[in-house]
Design a protein around this ligand. Structure first.
Ligand code: ATP
Length: 218
């Protein structure tokens, strides 16, 4: 498989995985690892969203960024990309993908990735019908979840062959089965507020949260 992706002239692939990461947890780390395995020559860009500061119980962008960097430290080909933190205002995925297109060119394969729960809510996004013109879409199915493809994503053509995403730059939709890690940032924040000592996050993230006394009032 690796050799197939690396053959002469093989197109590079940029994988994008966005989220609030408030805080990053074991489910996110598993997702990054699944993407690195599934796209063996890709760079995986982990992209923290810009968030309005008025949202209660939120850690600052600086804290979210520091935790995310610590969580993926040492995973070669995974990078934290600050593109959305550098922009003021809301993080629209179509804007982020347009910047990637400008940076990497019209032919580069861009793969935008989502968890199944997030994919189910895409109809409420800003201009989701434009996504297929800009990127492929990879939906990570947790073991017990299957998502109906929302109407706004109907321009995508489904494929069961991830390698096809290297051959063309955009417009394909694939599912990737991933282990079920039943955790969310909401649950992590609630556990912290209840003073639970065991958190479903990497140990260095638990240390960081304790050291900075984050999420105490969640
Ligand atoms: P919150 O509880 O605050 O809504 P969250 O845990 O869903 O947060 P996000 O940062 O909003 O985390 O999610 C970023 C991406 O990670 C989304 O695509 C989401 O579907 C995916 N994701 C979140 N938790 C998991 C998990 N346990 N397993 C796989 N994917 C996940």
């Amino acid at each position: 498989m690796d050799r197939f992706w690396r053959r002469a002239g093989a197109r590079l692939v940029q994988v994008l995985f966005g989220g609030t990461f408030d805080p990053v947890h074991n489910g996110h780390v598993m997702m990054v690892e699944s993407l690195l395995r599934a796209f063996p020559t890709a760079t995986v860009h982990v992209i923290p969203n810009h968030q309005p500061l008025y949202r209660a119980c939120m850690a600052s962008s600086e804290h979210r960024l520091a935790m995310l960097k610590a969580a993926i430290d040492g995973k070669s080909r995974a990078v934290v990309n600050e593109i959305e933190l550098d922009r003021s205002g809301p993080s629209y995925t179509v804007d982020t993908l347009r910047v990637f297109r400008e940076q990497f060119g019209i032919d580069e394969s861009l793969v935008f990735c989502l968890g199944a729960d997030a994919a189910g809510a895409v109809d409420q996004w800003y201009r989701p019908e434009l996504l297929a013109e800009l990127s492929h879409l990879c939906i990570l199915n947790r073991a017990d979840q299957r998502v109906e493809i929302p109407q706004s994503l109907s321009a995508y053509r489904w494929t069961d062959d991830l390698c096809e995403m290297r051959e063309i730059g955009r417009g394909l939709l694939a599912f990737l089965d991933s282990p079920n890690v039943p955790v969310s940032s909401t649950v992590v924040r609630e556990l912290i507020a209840k003073n639970e000592s065991r958190l479903p996050v990497p140990s260095k993230i638990a240390d960081y949260i304790r050291q900075h006394r984050l999420y105490q009032d969640a």
